[in-house]
Design a protein around this ligand. Structure first.
Ligand code: GLA
Length: 377
């Protein structure tokens, strides 16, 4: 059965007829990692995997939500003190609260949902969930929240109800996605442009290591704090406003670790622009080189990669793949690979064989299909 039929039939079983279906996607990001919360550029696109939800207002002040993937029901109210216990339900609760804060009269509703974004792969399953409900509640409860603000509702949900001080990239990509197009977003001005993406002679493919390293503490938030400390020392609002020479000038005032974090971010800011220019010239070799530079920057300077992902990127390099890097927040997940058509089968076979030999399982392979953003089905 298709995902949307499963979601609908579960809804009918639990709550009866009359639900409306909404969907939002996960995302890839060609380049521009950990730049969003530094006011820099990102270059994501929505994918053909996401969340589908069936929803119907129920005229009460309670939400009844059923997750097909967890096979679990959560019931919660809509006041700040009603925070549900299940972590998956906090995303929905957070979206309700953030919509209320923006003046939308969110009432109770019944809902079932399911997803096919691989969890922990760095493809933003949580943004897909947030965007689905932000988009749906805005329609169902007659909100007048614009699309940028819907993305911010998802981001604020992460900040205020899930403990991750994320940037805006994932929710933006999920809401604004457009079939066949990447989007270059300037995270300072929030201006963006669609870039048709159809690299003739190349394929874009994700290799999922299926590794998720739970690091002690909250490493993502720590990276953000490092960047904010350096920006403060430099007297700028974000690292977007810093150049490499500015960083060199304060090198002895900051820790070695903060220095490395900022060095990566300042380099990455320029790489996004270089990649966009290269794409417009059809120069995929430059795109690929930048992807490798991003990877090794994320690995050595930003330290958000891990052994398994470094290994996959090394295999890609050795196979002659045009570009390869870790994608998303890091600490496990996927690599994104730009591969020439004629090399594709060989690379996939090699990556599977060598990874399996070393780690005892094969990486999963997801060909990238750039798709539409949040919508009613
Ligand atoms: C996560 C965050 C994003 C972004 C990326 C890294 O996906 O949610 O805001 O910072 O990591 O680029």
């Amino acid at each position: 059965m298709e995902m949307k039929d499963k979601v609908t039939s579960k809804f009918e079983e639990l709550f009866g007829a009359g639900a409306t279906l909404y969907a939002s996607p996960g995302r890839i990001n060609l380049i521009g990692e950990h730049t969003d919360y530094n006011g820099g550029f990102v270059f994501p696109g929505a994918v053909d995997k996401g969340i589908i939800a069936a929803i119907r207002p129920n005229g009460t002040d309670k939400v009844h939500a059923f997750s097909l993937d967890m096979n679990e029901m959560s019931e919660f109210g809509l006041r700040e003190e009603d925070l549900p216990a299940q972590s998956w339900a906090r995303y929905i609760f957070g979206v309700c609260r953030e919509m209320q804060k923006r003046g939308v009269k969110v009432g109770g509703f019944d809902t079932t949902f399911a997803g096919d974004v691989p969890l922990g792969a760095g493809m933003s399953s949580s943004a897909a969930l947030e965007s689905t409900y932000a988009f749906a509640l805005n329609e169902l409860f007659d909100g007048h929240v614009d699309k940028f603000e819907l993305a911010r509702v998802g981001q604020a949900t992460e900040h205020n109800y899930c403990g991750v001080k994320c940037g805006i990239m994932d929710q933006f990509a999920s809401v604004f996605g457009k079939k066949g197009n990447l989007m270059r977003l300037d995270c300072r001005s929030m201006e963006f442009e669609y870039f048709p993406f159809d690299p003739k002679g190349y394929k874009l493919v994700l290799l999922d290591s299926v590794v998720k390293h739970e690091l002690v503490g909250s490493p993502y938030n720590k990276r953000r704090e490092s960047c904010e400390r350096v920006a403060k020392t430099l007297g700028v609002e974000t690292l977007r406003d810093a150049e490499m020479k500015d960083l060199e000038a304060i090198k002895d005032k900051i820790s070695e670790e903060d220095y490395k974090r900022a060095r990566y971010v300042i380099g990455e800011k320029q790489r996004v622009l270089d990649v966009c220019d290269a794409l417009q010239r059809g120069d995929y070799e430059t795109v690929g080189k930048c992807m490798y530079q991003t990877h090794w920057g994320l690995s050595k300077d930003y330290e958000v990669s891990c052994e398994e992902l470094d290994f996959l990127v090394t295999v890609a390099e050795e196979c002659g793949v045009t570009g390869s890097r870790i994608m998303g927040g890091g600490f496990g997940g996927c690599t994104i690979n730009l591969v020439k058509d004629e090399l594709y089968d060989h690379f996939i076979a090699e990556a599977k064989r060598r990874f399996n030999e070393k780690y005892g399982h094969e990486p999963k392979v997801y060909p990238v299909v750039i798709s539409d953003g949040s919508r009613k089905l």
